[in-house]
Design a protein around this ligand. Sequence first.
Ligand SMILES: [Zn+2]
Length: 213
Amino acid sequence: MQETEGVIKYKLHHTLKPLNNALDLTELNVWRSLLYQLELIGQRPERYLGYAYGNISQRIKGEQFIISGTQTSGFSQLSAEHYCMVTKVHLSHNSLQATGLCKPSSEALTHASVYAQNSAISCVIHAHNADIWHATQALALACIAPDVSYGTPAMAQAVTQLFQSDKLNKQPIFTMLGHEDGVITFGKDFPEAAFAMINTLAKARQLTTTTLK
Ligand SMILES: [Zn+2]
C-alpha cells in the first residue's frame, strides 16, 4: 500500500507565533542537516510524487517536543522558523496542539506516540529509506503492519503494541510497512537514535552489495 507523504491527518490546534528564544535548537538542527546529507530526510522529484519526506524531533519536557515543520524536508538548512513546538498531545482523540511559525510535520502524532511509551526517550527520527525498508524481513526488524496508516490513532496503537512486545529490545528501530520506505528510530539522545538508523542502513546495503574480496 502506498500513500501520499505530507498530508496532516490529525486534528491540529496551531498557534502561529515564534518559538521561545530560550530554546536551543542547535543540536537538533545539526543532526537534521546530517540526515539530510544522507538523504534520509529530503525531497526529490522522483520520490513520493515530489513530496518532502522525513522529520526529526527532540523532547523538551513531559509530552512537549520540538519537531521539524511540515514540508521543510527539502531545505538543506533549517532555521528556527522551520521548527514547531508540540505543546499538548491527545493520542486517543488524534489531536495535537502546537506553536511555531510553521505547522508540525504530518507525522508528529507518530513521534508523540513514541515519546508516550517511555520518558527516557528524548529523540525520534523518521526517515525514508528503501534499503532499510525492503530489508525489514531479512534483518528481522520490528515493523508496523502494512494496513496501518501514518498519523492515525491506529498507528499510535500499533506503536504501543510494538513497545509492549519484546521486538524493540535489541535495537530502537522499526519500519512502517504501510508507509513506503518509512523507518523510525528513537533513543535517549541523538547519537543513539542516529546510530540505529545508520547502522541498519549499512547492514541493509551489505545485503544488496556484491561481495568485495
Ligand atoms: Zn514518512
